[in-house]
Design a protein. Sequence first.
Length: 154
Amino acid sequence: MAELEGSAPLDAWMDRAVRALEAGALRGVVRDIARTVRRRTQARMAAQVAPDGTPWEPRKAQDQTKGGTVRKRAAMMRGLRRARRLRIQAAGDRVAIGWRGRDGRIAALHHHGGRDRVVEDRPRTADYPARPLLGWTPEDVAAVRRALLQHLRT
């Protein structure tokens, strides 16, 4: 049985259907599926919810007594959820969705949690709680099935 990157198994019939497609048709199917999953991931990030449905831990309250500027409480990961940063890489019958370079490092830190420098050339560090960004929900798998069925009908 084929697997979508991230351990979401395809049903046997879907696996056979994907293998039966020609290269050009397969490329379009894979690209549409990737866009569908990216949109769903962006919506989850905008709602600040992990793939398992649990809300992300909110930012810590800022202490104004320490000096400096206090950041306005705004939605987290606004930049990372932009389509130009949340990249799609489709090749053959596989698709990968994620970030590259500096965005990838920041996304991994937030996804897994950990300690990192607040500003790269300064010694001050901060602890970041895990806020899972990528993952499969049953609704994502259902959306992939619907996208594949839509392509098979046309």
